[in-house]
Write a protein that binds this ligand. Structure first.
Ligand SMILES: [Zn+2]
Length: 151
């Protein structure tokens, strides 16, 4: 599945699976549902869909990102942090910018995001201090916090 066809919700799932894989070793359907505040059957359908798309794979008791899934997560996170940095400079507060960037990031091609990054003066960190030019997102990134119901 080409990344430009992903919805913000698809990316939410990928980011939560990435996060849970780091903190719990595996992303179980029940934990994904809990983090997103949704019913387990809903989470299960979506996790299966993303698995068919080649972005997730089944592991023992849950799901993990495939190489392609990780690559999509990383690209989305780079675009996310660039867009929210731009929106913050335009006057939004960091959390407003983060929520809006979640909606926009799927629509912006990487080359355009990098042009924006150049225009911003190549900032190294987003307004939440997460690294922008990363080889993989931090496990507990602002992109995870914006959707996860933590605690
Ligand atoms: Zn951020």
């Amino acid at each position: 599945m080409p990344s430009e066809l992903l919805s913000p919700r698809d990316v939410d799932y990928l980011m939560i699976v990435y996060h849970l894989s780091h903190v719990r070793g595996v992303a179980r359907t029940s934990d994904v549902a809990k983090y997103l505040g949704i019913a387990k059957p809903t989470a299960s359908l979506m996790l299966k869909k993303l698995t068919r798309s080649g972005l997730l794979r089944r592991v023992d008791s849950g799901y993990a990102l495939t190489e392609e899934g990780l690559s999509v997560c990383t690209d989305m996170f780079i675009k996310h942090t660039i867009i929210e940095t731009a929106l913050t400079r335009l006057g939004l507060d960091p959390d407003e910018a983060c929520k809006l960037a979640r909606e926009i990031e799927v629509l912006i091609p990487m080359d355009k995001a990098l042009k924006i990054w150049e225009g911003l003066g190549r900032p190294e960190r987003c307004p939440h201090s997460d690294p922008i030019r990363c080889s993989a997102p931090p496990p507990l990134s602002c992109r995870v916090r914006v959707v996860a119901r933590l605690r």
